[in-house]
Design a protein around this ligand. Structure first.
Ligand code: TA6
Length: 294
């Protein structure tokens, strides 16, 4: 996504400005290591482009920047739940307005921190007190950390994901390794299946891999690069592509969008709210993903 031509609404430093795209404000980072953009709506990374590379992150050409609809593409922050186990789907974090807390920069890159905490809107859908922080480290790699803290007097449970849409040259020529031997197939009513090591997609896929390897790789023959994804604080990794029919059915994805994207997600999966990860009052959990091109 090219935001370089948008005028700055606020200049925070030589490297960091706030720009506006339709109804959404974005933190734009232009640094000698990499350019990036993060929407305040959803704390949503929409672009990460190390110097000399095409964007590692896919954004839909039809994403709705109306400040209400979750952005299609980028890295949606799915929290305090993953999937459709409650409404709204994938939790409220990706539909909430986050605050810019701080930005720091050095010769190795820029760190942008955004925050979201309990407010009337969150209490209306989830009756718990929390503090969430998204740290985005932009340099030779992109490291995204979601830290959530229970600020309530009672324990609560959550699940979630950093739902990364990777940008690939041609999905037919993208080979994924490291997803691990077992998956829950969302397209077969949650059936547990055994996986193969190397995946080249030929159809829609929506799987929760329960034992992913430390490094997941997507070898992209068309763009002549390999993307690596390293996750922490997760219990699984989701692989998703809606394929042609799915893309055609989505109002915010161009029909051929599925050809150039692949979601590889750092996931804290739970089949229900009750089966989520429990955090005691004062306790925090970090969910991370680190993405790089080699
Ligand atoms: O992570 C995969 C998934 O849960 C799929 O089931 C698919 O629906 C996708 O996320 C997108 O969800 P969304 O709510 O953004 O349309």
């Amino acid at each position: 996504m090219d935001l370089s031509t948008l005028p700055a609404v606020t200049v925070l430093s030589d490297n960091v400005t706030i720009v506006e795209h339709e109804d959404v404000k974005l933190v734009r980072v232009i640094h000698e290591k990499a350019n990036a953009a993060i929407s305040l709506f959803g704390a949503h990374v929409v672009s990460y482009q190390p110097k000399g590379q095409q964007d590692l992150i896919w954004m839909s050409q039809q994403a709705k920047f109306d400040g209400k609809t979750a952005l299609r593409g980028g890295i949606p922050v799915c929290w305090p739940w993953f999937g459709r186990i409650a409404a709204p789907a994938h939790g409220f974090a990706r539909n909430s307005e986050w605050q810019l807390i701080e930005h720091r920069e050095s010769e190795v890159g820029v760190i942008v921190s955004l925050g979201l905490s309990t407010n009337d809107n969150t209490l209306a859908v989830w009756p718990h007190r929390f503090d969430a922080r998204l740290n985005v480290e932009i340099g030779d790699e992109l490291k995204v950390t979601l830290e959530v803290t229970n600020t309530d007097s009672q324990p609560w449970k959550c699940s979630g994901a950093l739902h990364t849409y990777l940008n690939v040259g041609d999905i037919h020529q993208a080979k994924t390794t490291g997803m691990g031997p077992e998956y829950i197939d969302s397209l077969q009513d949650g059936k547990v299946c055994q996986g193969g090591d190397e995946l080249v997609l030929t159809d829609t896929i929506d799987r929760v891999y329960t034992q992913p390897e430390a490094v997941i790789s997507v070898a992209d023959a068309k763009l002549a690069r390999t993307l690596t994804v390293e996750n922490q604080g997760h219990n699984s990794a989701v692989l998703w592509n809606p394929w042609a029919e799915g893309a055609a059915g989505m109002g915010d994805m161009q029909d051929d969008g599925y050809l150039t994207m692949l979601c590889v997600e750092s996931t804290l999966h739970a089949p229900s709210i009750e089966q989520g990860k429990e955090l005691q009052p004062g306790e925090s959990h970090q969910l991370l993903t680190t993405i790089a091109a080699k």
